[in-house]
Design a protein around this ligand. Structure first.
Ligand SMILES: Nc1ncnc2c1ncn2[C@@H]1O[C@H](COP(=O)(O)OP(=O)(O)OP(=O)(O)O)[C@@H](O)[C@H]1O
Ligand SMILES: [Mg+2]
Length: 236
């Protein structure tokens, strides 16, 4: 099983579109695919489901059938990562792990847990690996060949934790000045996160549950089509 994340702190460069279409294309080739929506904006989830179904996933009160529903017991101190609630498509070859705007509330806990992993602190490892563990459970229950992860456009703690689940990181990019400038932040950050991950794995040698083995290896860039203005490419 391989896990690929689509990552760029620049917004609107095609992360979600790539994750969505590749999910279907891989499934058409006979692979069993998990599409994990780890972007709190949940755009990937909205591409798969109509509004009536979305409304049932995100009730105002009660259990949410999303990633939030799976990891909430860990964050609110009542348990650990639970059974993933997923949506299935295409003769059950595609399994969507739905996203949730409510995930944003874990950003602080994830930020605080990150340094504490270096002390070998058990709960901090549980929190930091929550996405990795829930995606792993979803993939194992789905008997998946591949998990594709969509994340939001930022360098925050949710994305850092999300990328821990990734063997490979694909960087969608727009052919414009802002995207090129953005790479100046993105590349060093990704390099730093990979180094930080290594330090935490060393500090977590005594941890009793499996830690992420994925190496967050950059797989390369995917350039989106240039914007057209007045029937010609924009100057950038
Ligand atoms: N390869 C492409 N060529 C041209 N336009 C594209 C391409 N991929 C996506 N788009 C368009 O660009 C817009 C942004 O795409 P998308 O939502 O996939 O980006 P994103 O990186 O996920 O955005 P965000 O950072 O907000 O999550 C959409 O209108 C989409 O239809
Ligand atoms: Mg997106």
């Amino acid at each position: 099983m391989k896990t690929i994340a689509f990552f760029n702190n620049k917004g609107g460069v095609g992360k979600t579109s790539l994750a969505y279409h590749l999910t279907w294309m891989f499934a058409e080739r006979g692979l069993r695919v998990v599409a994990a929506d780890l972007d709190p904006q949940a755009n990937l989830t909205s591409m798969f489901l109509d509004e009536d179904r979305l409304e049932t996933l995100w009730p105002d009160i009660g259990l949410r059938s999303t990633i939030l529903g799976s990891i909430e017991p860990l964050f609110d101190g009542t348990g650990d990562v639970g059974t993933p609630r997923v949506e299935r498509f295409y003769d059950n070859r595609i399994c969507l792990f739905p996203g949730d705007l409510g995930m944003s509330k874990f950003e602080d806990d994830l930020s605080q847990s990150w340094p504490r992993c270096l002390e070998g602190h058990q709960r901090s490892f549980r929190v930091t690996t929550a996405f990795f563990r829930s995606v792993t459970i979803a993939a194992s229950e789905h008997d998946a060949d591949l998990a594709l992860i969509d994340v939001g456009p930022n360098l925050g703690a949710i994305n850092r934790a999300a990328l821990l689940a990734a063997d490979h990181v694909v960087i969608p990019i727009g052919p414009d000045l802002f995207s090129l400038q953005g790479l100046r932040n993105l590349d060093p950050t990704l390099r730093q996160w990979r180094l930080d991950r290594q330090h935490r794995l060393e500090a977590g040698k005594g941890i009793s549950f499996p830690l992420p083995k994925g190496e967050m290896l950059p797989a390369g860039y995917v350039m989106m089509r240039h914007s057209i203005r007045l029937d010609r490419p924009v100057k950038a």
